[in-house]
Design a protein around this ligand. Sequence first.
Ligand code: LIP
Length: 263
Amino acid sequence: MQGSANLNLMIKAARKAGRSLVKDFREVENLQVSAKGPGDFVSRADREAERIIKDELRGARPSYGWLGEETGEADGEDPTRRWIVDPLDGTTNFLHGLPHWAVSIALEHKGEVVAGVIFDAAKDELFYAEKGLGAYMNDTRLRVSGRRNMIEAIFATGVPFGGRSTLPATLQDLARLMPVCAGVRRFGSAALDLAYVAAGRYDGYWERGINAWDMAAGLILVKEAGGFVGAVREGREIFESGSVIATNAEMFDPLTKILRQPA
Ligand code: LIP
């Protein structure tokens, strides 16, 4: 796809940050056995990746606003546009030397995500989409899964850890969904979970208690691949609710019906 200047800028920034993270990831693998562990090192890698992305994007588009996981929110002179960035989604995987993490960059215009890039540098898979121009992984056009029956479908989710308040609801989701599907996967990166729905690798995904930067780029990928997205909490806006459901047209209603059942 011959994307816009903004999409090409996002891809350039994602690849530059991805190169930096791949170098750091090799060091993390060595640090697994160190007594102190790689925690501080990964935090530095995360912040450095966001610095690289911010320099590229705000250097080229200084008037756009900013929302980044590591540096927070900053208004721009142009109140209609902002970058939404997770420099390292799948941080815990990265910390443990698991090669399943991604750089996620989204462009929002008047409250709607209009372009997204998710770069899995460890596997060299670049997912990208722009409103009205389709979704791609490297040079391959993406379409969501064609499965129509829940019992044949594989879903992904994120299971809260560390005492997060959404754990009981997620466990109830699993208890309700597992008997009527072919399985659930928890790979630890919301951005890649959404990218995999867009690619038809997962038939659907849902998660409670995540941030806009985890899912912004993935939302446009799923929609441009022919999928449907919505908040788990009925009648709520996705970012405001901190929750998301993403799947194809045929399974959106049955999956939503299960996940929106009262506690
Ligand atoms: C992660 C998400 C994942 C979620 C994790 C974590 P991070 O983002 O991508 O889906 O289950 O709890 O929030 O923190 O690695 O950027």
